[in-house]
Design a protein around this ligand. Structure first.
Ligand code: COS
Length: 384
């Protein structure tokens, strides 16, 4: 077994680390206050090719494998969780359906502008009455000649307000639902009947826009179906495959955030003097640091191994759910412990751990709650 990252990946990791330290860290306060990722930061992400890091080179992407993608997400997430979400939908949940199941024409048309970051793509599955129970979506797509007419509302859509393209899951056969009744469409901004609704105000992830999308008699041609006619009714499976990968990359991001929380705790433990010595000299603090570091290594090892397993062509549905479950829960514990090491200072906005603590909370919820991950794991154990 060789646990060394390939040379080209190590170079990329080093370049991103530099970008994080020189550009993203200093921009963190601005992102938080303005609740937006500044355009010069977005341009920097474009220049590094990050909008298309997992998209094959033939479509203008970097063509990184899953391990490479996880390493990048981990490194970027050390700085800021919302910067990751700015480009992650282009690599993951937004574009993957087109990559997996799109027609050759759809790939040619949509992937190059997504890969270079000229266009942002979002993924619209969740609805007010369909969160964990994804197959309960109600947005309908009714056939009318060579068109489909969509009606319904999507909520909590990351990048929804800024996206030029959206992958939308809609019901084409209410009787069949998840088994042949849900279809995936790719819909362009500006299509009559498609509009952006409410922008959410969130506890954390400031800078990552979360929007409601509204479809009112939105007419789209049959060739908006990802994969064309042949894929009518097969969209739920596409969405689930997309989420399998999304869960793994989110686990990698959780590891990156946890690493940052630990770095901050170590720094603080060395600097903060109480009872006449740095608090890092007290065994109770040392115990916290040791526990955090150990859990991070466990999470990172899982992610790298499962990413490698996926890159070998193995199914990883259960393992991706395990990574998401463990790493997001681990991040919750690490962020909490790091804040505890900071004491009262950690509760103050001027310390980065306050933001990380809030940003961490949603990782146990989005792209499938911890409870859904357990359900996926248990089903595989019992039925696999
Ligand atoms: N890959 C490929 N196909 C999958 C799949 C996967 N990971 N998971 C399910 N499917 C297929 C099943 O094989 C089944 O098709 P067949 O009957 O043809 O075999 C179909 O999809 C329905 O699957 P299932 O019966 O498991 O559906 P359920 O309604 O019971 O729900 C869960 C499945 C709970 C796993 C799903 O609703 C889910 O992931 N929920 C969470 C949604 C989520 O993560 N939301 C976050 C917001 S989106 S960013």
């Amino acid at each position: 077994m060789d646990f060394n990252l390939p040379e080209d990946l190590r170079l990329m990791q080093a370049a991103i680390k530099k970008y994080v330290d020189q550009v993203l860290e200093p921009a963190a306060v601005q992102i938080e206050e303005e609740d937006a990722v500044p355009e010069d930061v977005v341009e920097g992400l474009r220049e590094m090719g990050l909008f298309g890091m997992s998209i094959p080179e033939e479509y203008g992407g970097l063509g990184l494998d899953t391990l490479g993608e996880c390493v990048v997400y981990e490194e970027i997430s050390r700085a800021n969780a919302s910067v990751r979400t700015r480009f992650s939908t282009n690599n993951g949940i937004g574009s993957l359906g087109i990559l997996y199941d799109g027609t050759p024409d759809q790939r040619e048309q949509f992937l190059p502008p997504i890969a270079c970051g000229e266009k942002t793509i979002a993924f619209a599955l969740t609805e007010p009455d369909a969160g964990s129970d994804a197959s309960a979506i109600r947005t309908s797509a009714v056939r009318d000649g060579d068109d489909f007419i969509l009606n319904g509302r999507k909520m909590f859509i990351t990048n929804g307000a800024i996206a030029e393209l959206v992958t939308v899951l809609a019901v084409t056969d209410p009787q069949k639902k998840a088994r042949g009744g849900i279809t995936a469409f790719v819909i362009e901004k500006g299509t009559p009947g498609f509009s952006v609704g409410k922008l959410e105000k969130k506890m954390g992830l400031k800078g990552s826009g979360t929007a409601e999308l509204i479809f009112e008699d939105c007419r789209v041609p049959v060739n908006s179906i990802i994969g064309g006619e042949a894929m009518i009714g097969k969209g739920f499976r596409t969405a689930m495959r997309v989420l399998d990968k999304g869960r793994l990359t989110l686990a990698a991001a959780s590891v990156g955030m946890a690493r940052r929380a630990l770095e901050l705790a170590v720094l603080y433990a060395k600097q903060r003097v109480q009872f006449g010595k740095p608090i890092g000299e007290f065994q109770l603090i040392q115990g916290m640091l040791a526990q955090m570091a150990t859990e991070i290594l466990a999470g990172q090892s899982m992610v790298y191994r499962v990413a490698w397993q996926k890159d070998q062509g193995n199914p990883v549905r259960k393992e991706a759910a395990m990574c998401k479950l463990f790493c997001s829960e681990m991040l919750g514990r690490v962020a909490d412990t790091s804040l505890q090491v900071h004491g009262g200072m950690g509760y103050m906005k001027e310390y980065a751990i306050e933001r990380i603590y809030r940003d961490a909370r949603v990782t146990r919820i989005y792209e499938g709650t911890s409870e859904i991950q357990k359900l996926v794991i248990a089903r595989e154990l019992l039925n696999g």
